[in-house]
Design a protein around this ligand. Structure first.
Ligand code: ANZ
Ligand code: ZN
Length: 927
């Protein structure tokens, strides 16, 4: 009896109408097959190729996201790599019955479009549109299949309207504010420059003028309010690479310690507050250092001309290792407490202004402990030469603490007095002998009780400066009113559209500034004349929420429907470049959390984290030829590649040096994926990209190795005819075999079937490969091994097809499974063979993407192989029932000795010992 194997076969079928006659006589070349299928798939009804399989129930949803590109107009191999990975995963998940979302869009605002406008007088919007068209075409050539009906373009008003809405929401919640901040000012062009427009010598890219720092009022987003959540929730991201989490952690920079107030003498300020991560070193403090913009420095500079000059000279010194400093006259502070916690009144600690203290961290003030901190030690050595440092902490072993001299910076130390540490403090009271950690706690407690500070947590992360003095970005939706201050543009007036601007207006700063019709407006609150904000937003804002918009990209009334976002978020898998490991992902996490907090979606399960699993792919490097004598990079036409394995420099006949380096024009090592696809076909390029390196590793693009992939694909193509021939041969008598139950062949389950050894092996191998490949894609993301397993699977099938007694239906089943399993990687070749099969078998063609990924299990065979050892030497191998090993020893011996090679070696000697394991029997005899 034959019955349908549950779930194996999809019921949506359609009969191909156009193409059955097109089956060509001559087999197509690899690079023609993808072109053919590109055409054919386009002509097929929607949903019949990479169909949305299965209903979008709540359990079988999969959101597969890849980082959307900047529309530069060219798709490079890096893009090819990310999009191949996400495409393979999306196609695979569909075959597994998931409802997959695999969208694509454009991160379209930014400087290059504006530069193109400056250089070529092209409108940035037009330039962007043209590039998008080009890149879409290139994506289709690589057979990447995206949900184009979800497409977003961040520079389109339909999109930035909602980016602006997010800004006004942040503003309403007190998370967007204005404050003075430094910008790069080009004094010749009279314009603000982006950091990328300032070269390494600090000159403008256009005018060449030395760039100046100026302070401008700018918009900030209060991401620091989320610092603690962003740090704490990293632990929920168990499917993110550790390296990315470490980078985020470092960027957020959570630091635990204490804030301590040092009472002052000689300033109108009562106390100087510092942050320290080492309160245990309080009694080692020998100076206090202040950032140059510290209020006390500013105040003292008014009365001290020398200090004023020092500040002027050093204010742009951002060298963290700088040791320069200025001893502030007539100002002293005191360590606030004695070692017993009582208040101390000895104003004996000098105060310096020093540029190594960051104005933006902690309280812009440092308690200087030259005995325990390297920078403080260097500073002290320069400013108080010969004055000994005062240690209070040393090695946990007293003897070692006593003997060591010099800096002790470890956090794992112990407190000692001067009886152990030379030049230390005479008595450390009850702190003596305490471990650093405990002493820190105790001292912090003292400080709290005496009202001089207490426990504190600081973050390195700063608020997010989003103002750009640029045209090509989303206008910040704010109106400045003299009486109301900054007012958010009301929803009904969104989007604030970018006005069209003619070519000549570009080039000098932000053309919006000069556009009266844009700037002059009315205050939405009081109706008086007011000015529109002309800054546009950092493009990181655009990309911090695009994955929400994909889910509801046509919504005209809302940013997205909360229920839809809640249903599909978080993203199941995000693929992209490690260069976005810090900022883009941090901003995305922040905005997702904010949107969750104000009720726009509910991601409670993961504290509103937007991304469940993250994969970062490595760089693609190009083959680079250099002249070993001059070190000069060689152009491809300078190298004789007629023998690929032995390249020669044409001019000299010498062997060039070969390396793999980041692709760049100056190294002539760039590779155009379009040309590769043209030459080898999209499938071969896709497979080669995956095969060449594990996804997180650097990929050295080496076309020589493509031949292996080509050979494999040709083998798969040729196998079709072999299988078809076998199917049409008259039925042969099969050799004897074993009867097995529940044999699944081509989706149908046979209650019983006799299988010979080679049939069983093929049947099982195919299923094991299917399982292994499935795990490689789904669990391990080990794409390079998928290709090698597909190759092995092909070889297994090829050799089985040569064995005449193997039943053709078992070969057919194996071949069909191979095609389905490889189809996510090499869609056009799988489809080509699939169609060819249907055609030869006179069956209607149904796209392979209507299939399900093979799931049936291998047969647990009852007989297994036993290796027989006699006196330690392998003498024989035999098939026997798995349960043999469980039999009594004399039974086992009876079976084993019945085999001639065994009895030959045992002879009639006495059996001393018998060792039995599954698959192994070892006999030890007397001599
Ligand atoms: C005394 C001390 C003793 C410190 C010692 C360190 C070691 P993390 O851990 O990275 O948070 N610091 C505080 N504010 C600063 C600022 N605005 N600019 C530069 N440095 C500043 O760093 C905290 C430590 O950095 C603080 O702990 C302080 O030096 C310094 F053996 O205080 B410490
Ligand atoms: Zn007003």
């Amino acid at each position: 009896m034959i019955r349908n194997h549950q779930g194996q076969r999809n019921t949506i079928r359609f009969v191909r109408s156009v193409a059955s006659s097109v089956q060509s006589e001559k087999p197509l070349k690899l690079n023609e097959i993808d072109k053919k299928w590109l055409r054919r798939w386009k002509a097929l009804p929607k949903g019949t190729t990479a169909s949305v399989q299965g209903e979008a129930g709540d359990k079988n949803l999969f959101y597969c996201l890849s980082m959307f590109p900047y529309p530069s107009g060219v798709l490079h191999l890096g893009h090819q790599r990310v999009y191949t990975i996400s495409d393979v995963i999306a196609r695979f998940k569909r075959l597994k019955g998931y409802h997959v979302i695999h969208p694509m869009g454009w991160d379209a605002f930014g400087l290059p479009a504006e530069n193109a406008a400056v250089e070529r007088g092209i409108n940035p919007a037009v330039w962007t549109e043209t590039n998008i068209k080009k890149m879409k075409e290139q994506m289709s050539l690589m057979l990447a299949e995206f949900d184009w009906d979800r497409e977003v373009n961040t520079s389109s008003p339909d999109y930035y309207r909602w980016t602006q809405k997010i800004f006004t929401l942040l503003f309403e919640h007190g998370l967007a504010y204005r404050k003075g901040a430094e910008i790069n000012w080009d004094p010749v062009d009279q314009t603000v420059l982006a950091n990328e427009q300032v070269d390494s010598e600090g000159r403008s890219w256009r005018s060449g003028a030395k760039v100046e720092k100026r302070t401008l009022e700018q918009w900030f987003i209060g991401i620091t309010k989320y610092a603690s959540a962003l740090q704490g929730d990293l632990k929920l991201l168990d499917q993110w690479p550790d390296k990315v989490k470490a980078m985020q952690k470092h960027w957020i920079g959570e630091s635990h310690g204490a804030e301590i107030e040092f009472p002052c003498q000689g300033s109108s300020t009562e106390n100087i507050k510092v942050f320290t991560s080492r309160p245990d070193t309080l009694f080692s403090v020998q100076f206090v250092a202040l950032a140059l913009n510290h209020p006390i420095v500013q105040e003292c500079a008014k009365k001290d001309e020398d200090l004023l000059q020092f500040v002027e000279k050093e204010k742009n010194n951002d060298d963290p290792a700088s040791k320069v400093g200025y001893l502030i006259k007539n100002l002293k502070v005191t360590i606030p407490i004695e070692v017993d916690g009582s208040v101390r009144h000895q104003y004996d600690v000098p105060v310096y202004a020093a540029p190594y203290v960051l104005g933006s961290y902690g309280h812009g003030a440092v308690m200087g402990c030259p005995a325990h901190d390297e920078r403080d030690a260097d500073f002290w050595a320069l400013h108080q030469p010969g004055v000994p440092v005062r240690p209070t902490v040393g090695h946990t072993k007293e003897q070692e603490a006593r003997e060591s001299s010099g800096l002790f910076t470890s956090k794992a130390g112990r407190v000692y007095d001067s009886s152990v540490l030379k030049n230390g403090v005479n008595s450390m009271g009850t702190l003596t002998g305490m471990k650093s950690k405990d002493a820190a706690k105790k001292i912090t407690g003292f400080l709290t009780n005496a009202n001089f500070g207490g426990k504190s947590v600081q973050f390195k992360i700063r608020d997010w400066l989003i103002s750009r003095q640029r045209y090509w970005g989303a206008p910040i939706p704010i109106i400045h009113c003299d009486s109301c201050g900054p007012v958010a543009v009301p929803d009904k007036d969104l989007p604030v559209k970018l006005p069209a601007i003619d070519g000549e207006s570009f080039g000098k700063g932000n053309p919006l500034d000069k556009l009266e019709s844009f700037v002059n407006t009315k205050c939405p609150s009081c109706g008086n004349p007011a000015r529109r904000e002309t800054d546009t937003m950092d493009t990181f804002i655009d990309s911090s929420w695009y994955f929400f918009r994909y889910l509801d990209s046509h919504n005209k009334d809302a940013i997205f429907r909360p229920e839809i976002a809640t249903r599909h978020m978080p993203v199941d898998l995000y693929v992209g470049g490690v260069e976005h490991a810090i900022l883009h992902l941090l901003y995305s996490r922040f905005i997702a959390k904010f949107l969750g907090d104000i009720g726009l979606w509910d991601g409670k399960e993961m504290n509103n984290e937007p991304i469940k699993r993250l994969v970062t792919q490595g760089m693609v490097h190009g083959k680079t030829f250099t002249d070993p004598e001059s070190g000069r990079f060689l152009k491809p036409e300078e190298v004789d590649l007629s023998d690929n394995s032995k390249p020669l420099i044409k001019a000299t006949g010498k062997v060039p040096s070969i390396s793999f380096e980041k692709m760049s024009k100056s190294k002539y090592n760039g590779v155009d994926p379009g040309k590769c696809i043209d030459k080898y076909g999209a499938d071969a390029v896709r497979a080669h990209i995956l095969f060449s390196a594990p996804i997180s590793d650097q990929l050295n693009w080496n076309e020589d190795q493509l031949q292996g992939v080509e050979k494999w694909l040709k083998k798969v193509l040729a196998l079709r005819q072999v299988i078809v021939d076998r199917l049409s041969e008259p039925v042969k008598k099969t050799s004897s075999g074993t009867l097995y139950k529940n044999i699944e062949l081509d989706g149908q389950v046979h209650d019983e079937m006799t299988l010979s050894e080679p049939e069983l092996k093929l049947y099982n191998d195919v299923r094991l490969y299917c399982k292994k490949i499935s795990d490689s894609i789904d669990v391990e993301l080990s794409f390079n091994t998928i290709i090698s397993d597909l190759m092995k699977m092909t070889n297994t099938l090829q050799s089985s097809a040569k064995i005449e007694t193997v039943k053709p239906e078992i070969l057919l089943d194996a071949y069909k499974k191979l095609l389905v399993v490889m189809s996510p990687v090499t869609p056009s070749i799988a489809e080509e063979c699939w169609e060819g099969l249907a055609h030869s078998m006179k069956k209607p063609f149904v796209s392979i993407f209507q299939e399900k990924f093979p799931q049936s299990e291998p047969i647990e065979s009852s007989s297994i192989n036993y290796n027989i050892f006699v006196n330690g030497k392998a003498r024989h191998a035999m098939q026997s029932h798995r349960s043999l090993a469980a039999q009594p020893h004399d039974e086992i011996l009876k079976t084993v000795l019945a085999e001639e090679p065994v009895s030959r070696f045992v002879k009639d000697r006495e059996i001393k010992k018998l060792i039995v394991k599954e698959g192994l029997i070892s006999i030890i005899t007397a001599h």
